[in-house]
Design a protein around this ligand. Structure first.
Ligand code: HEM
Length: 464
């Protein structure tokens, strides 16, 4: 095992690679990577069967891989093994093809364009709240999943996926459960008819059916809705050819999946953290009351919802939806003096770096205040990287941050979410980090609570 700290790299890996088994990686990948970092420092060589992987744990090394030497890598094994799900979509495609698709999709994520989505985000959150009642028990994660799916459907594809939300949610749940088995994902070819593979196939087919319907409806209408789907449908190659339904399917399934579950999980973790940190919740509510009073948020409020933004930033630090990332070397080179040969993997984990005491005081604590006074500017660039970095940085980062902040503000203005006793919330580290059995909560209407308090106050004044 290479044992090194970033300050003191030896000239080369004289000790060779350590053997690691898939057992702990499958059972508890978060602890697995945290332990490697604790035991071996900023760079460690792992060998699992014949796969050699370098695990890096210092922001400067992560920058080297994701930014400085980005061209020397392709996406890692887990994402590549999921190509049958995402096809040649933005998340998994490579090279010139990826670049062309990224350029095509980019205008849909332009800051000004995203601003026009804000009203839909708030509107859909409010519609959801119309069905919420004081004292009711709900699974906050299911609610957030349905909401963010509808938002991505409406904003990017101008489609109301209300009736599909449940089906997509269930299929996605199963896909991510199966995806948490890294051994299966990497070693079992997806075409083998194993029970898990057949399940994946069935669930992907469910989601595809919905997407092909949306694509067919739009093609038939010939309508230019000015949204991402229209941009993709009308894009032409130099030879005049258009995207096939298969290409459109790959892009839309990628955006559907990457664009809703991540934000939903971020919000679910936020509710869970808030419920356990009443002082933070009180400060958040005070800001919402001061800035919004009795009205719903709009995009113009964002600059003043500073603490609300810090709550999301901190939640993404402790529970990053993308908890780890990987690359494969496509040419021989070095990382900090270590030879990296073609085909070797490089892995990094937001989960570990975001909890490193070198960058964060009391790293395990939920403290949105830490982001005051521009902490982000003082940190090394990759000490906080929930959206990755370099050319493959998340295309939806501004979309996601605005969406999460607006949804949090819309809901927290009206409800407190109290955790249901005896329901354990546990992270499931699949491709994304999600609460394994959801987040069961009891809804407490803030208005109702205030009225009750007022009433109780009047009663005691009468009694006095
Ligand atoms: C809190 C929410 C989100 C988180 C934490 C997140 C995280 C990430 C990360 C870490 C990557 C880089 C993966 C890599 O380099 O291997 C990524 C890529 C991507 N994300 Fe997100 N994401 C979020 C929301 C969204 C949203 C809302 C959308 C779209 C509506 C989206 C679409 C994408 C796409 C298409 C890529 C691939 C980009 C490319 O390679 O060109 N994401 N995301």
């Amino acid at each position: 095992m290479w044992r090194a700290t970033h300050k003191n790299f030896p000239a080369g890996p004289s000790e060779g690679l350590a053997r690691w088994s898939f057992g702990p990686l499958n059972n508890n990948p978060l602890e697995y990577f945290a332990k490697i970092a604790r035991d071996y420092g900023d760079i460690a060589g792992l060998r699992v069967l014949n796969f050699k992987t370098i695990f890096i744990n210092h922001p400067d090394l992560i920058e080297e891989v994701l930014v400085t030497n980005a061209r020397k890598y392709s996406k890692g094994r887990v994402l590549r093994a999921n190509r049958h799900v995402f096809g040649e979509g933005l998340l998994t495609s490579e090279g010139d093809f990826w670049l062309r698709q990224r350029r095509l999709a980019q205008p849909a994520f332009h800051r000004l364009r995203i601003a026009s989505y804000a009203a839909t985000m708030v509107d859909y959150a409010q519609r959801m709240l119309e069905g919420w009642h004081h004292g009711e028990e709900r699974d906050a994660h299911q609610e957030m999943m349905r909401l963010t799916l509808r938002i991505v459907g409406k904003t990017l594809f101008d489609a109301d996926v209300e009736r599909d939300a449940q089906e997509v949610g269930k299929s996605l749940e199963l896909l991510l459960e199966v995806g948490a088995d890294f051994r299966r994902t990497i070693f079992v070819p997806h075409w083998l008819p194993t029970p898990a593979n057949l399940r994946v196939k069935r669930e992907v087919a469910h989601i595809e059916k919905i997407l092909y319907r949306i694509i067919a409806e739009r093609r038939a209408s010939g309508r230019d809705a000015g949204d991402l789907l229209s941009m993709l449908l009308h894009a032409q190659d130099e030879d005049g050819s258009r995207m096939t339904d298969r290409q459109l399917r790959d892009e839309t399934i990628t955006l559907f999946l990457a664009g809703h579950e991540t934000t939903a999980s971020t919000l679910s973790w936020t509710w869970w953290l808030l419920a356990q940190n009443p002082a933070v919740e009180a400060k958040l509510n005070a800001e919402l009351d001061a800035v919004l009073g009795h009205r719903s948020p709009s995009i113009d409020d964002l600059p003043r919802l500073v603490y609300t933004g810090h709550v999301i930033t901190e939640s993404l630090r402790l529970y990053p939806a993308a908890w780890g990332m990987a690359r494969l070397a496509v040419e021989d080179h070095e990382i900090a003096g270590y030879p990296v040969t073609k085909g070797m993997g490089v892995a990094m984990a937001q989960w570990v770096v975001h909890r490193d005491p070198r960058w964060y005081d009391a790293p395990q604590e939920f403290r949105p205040e830490r982001w005051e006074d521009d902490l982000l500017k003082r940190l090394p660039r990759f000490a906080y990287f929930p959206f990755g970095g370099g050319p493959r940085q998340c295309i939806g980062n501004t979309f996601a941050l605005m969406e999460a902040t607006l949804i949090l503000a819309t809901i927290a203005r009206k409800f407190r979410l109290r955790l249901v006793a005896n329901h354990t919330v546990m992270p499931l580290a699949s491709i994304t980090l999600r609460p394994r059995h959801g987040v069961r909560v009891t809804l407490e209407s803030r208005e109702k609570k205030q009225t009750e308090k007022l009433f109780a106050g009047e009663q005691s004044a009468v009694a006095d």
